[in-house]
Structures are given as structure tokens and as C-alpha cells.
Design a binder for this molecule. Structure first.
Ligand code: SF4
Ligand code: SF4
Length: 166
């Protein structure tokens, strides 16, 4: 294993993590920063390819993380007390995985030791997201994801497999 030797996520509860450990759990996929809609008839969650205006899509990082909740009031607070209620979080999200008592995936930077592995595994939004900037709200619905490969990513079933299992 090339990543974090302590593997704190395996033996600590989310509530017991240090701030640094909590932050390091985010894999940098950017999926939670996509604009979403909910189908009024079916309640189905519909992802768009559009990302929040503050997301640096290339890096899949928030460009104003410290002020994100002021700049983007819709930016959801993910915390130990709330993570279990956020059923829209991607199944691949590390916070969700740990809250559900599961382990991190091979591509998580803490496991791989490489921040790029989340991109190499095809889990991040880097290759297909576009900024919401400049897209009128009424037209965002046109960007709802229809591509089946991207849908697989958003439902936690990315197409790519670990290099050592290829
Ligand atoms: S979905 Fe989870 S792991 Fe991915 S960027 Fe959001 S908080 Fe981080
Ligand atoms: S404010 Fe930052 S963390 Fe929140 S949704 Fe936008 S890019 Fe993501």
C-alpha cells in the first residue's frame, strides 16, 4: 500500500477524527459539487454535468474553501452528525463509505498515496464537468447527464478497475 500507514479511517469513528484527518478523507472527486435536480414525479435525483462556479474542475477542488458557505449558500455542510442524512452523496464518497462502516477504495489518495488516482480511476468529474458560470438557471436542465458511462460514475460504479487487477 502506497498511502497512509496509520489507516485511521479503519479504526476511528467520524466523530473522533482530527480536523486534518477529516479533510484528508475527501478524495477530491468533485461529484458533490455538481448541480442537481430532483424529478418532481419520481423524486429521482438528476445530476447535471454542471459544477458549482467555485469548483476548479481541473483540480476538482473548491477555489474558496474557507468561505464556501458564504459564497455559495447551497453548499452543503458535510459533518459527522449530518453525513448519514445526506443520501444524495455519491456511493463512492469517503464520508459516506466510512459512515456506512465500509473501507476506502483502492483509488482513494489515502490508500494509493497519489492524489491523481481518483482521476485515473475515472471517479472524478474532471474529464466531463463544465462550470455553471454563464449558464442561465433556466437552461441548466439541458445539462442533465444522459451518458451511461458518466451515470455509472455517479452511481458509484465507475468503469475502470484497479491497475493490479487489469
Ligand atoms: S463527494 Fe465526498 S469525497 Fe467527493 S469531493 Fe465531495 S465530499 Fe469529497
Ligand atoms: S462552494 Fe466549493 S465545496 Fe461548495 S459546492 Fe461549490 S465548489 Fe463545491
Amino acid at each position: 500500500m502506497g498511502g497512509n500507514n496509520d489507516q485511521f479511517w479503519r479504526h476511528k469513528l467520524l466523530h473522533d477524527l482530527t480536523d486534518a484527518q477529516w479533510e484528508s478523507l475527501c478524495d477530491g472527486c468533485g461529484q458533490c459539487c455538481l448541480i442537481k435536480f430532483q424529478d418532481e414525479d419520481t423524486d429521482e435525483l438528476l445530476h447535471t454535468r454542471l459544477s458549482c462556479k467555485l469548483l476548479d474542475i481541473g483540480a476538482c477542488r473548491c477555489t474558496d474553501y474557507d468561505n464556501r458557505h458564504t459564497r455559495v449558500p447551497d453548499c452543503v455542510v458535510i459533518a459527522p452528525d449530518t453525513v448519514g442524512t445526506l443520501d444524495w452523496l455519491p456511493h463512492s464518497c469517503a464520508y459516506r463509505l466510512i459512515a456506512e462502516g465500509r473501507d476506502l477504495h483502492w483509488w482513494h489518495p489515502l490508500v494509493s498515496g497519489d492524489r491523481d488516482s481518483v482521476h485515473q480511476a475515472g471517479v472524478s468529474v474532471r474529464d466531463w464537468a463544465a462550470s455553471e458560470e454563464g449558464v442561465p438557471e433556466g437552461k441548466q436542465i439541458r445539462f442533465i447527464v444522459k451518458d451511461s458511462a458518466i451515470k455509472r460514475i455517479l452511481t458509484g460504479r465507475p468503469a475502470k478497475i484497479p491497475p493490479n487487477e487489469a
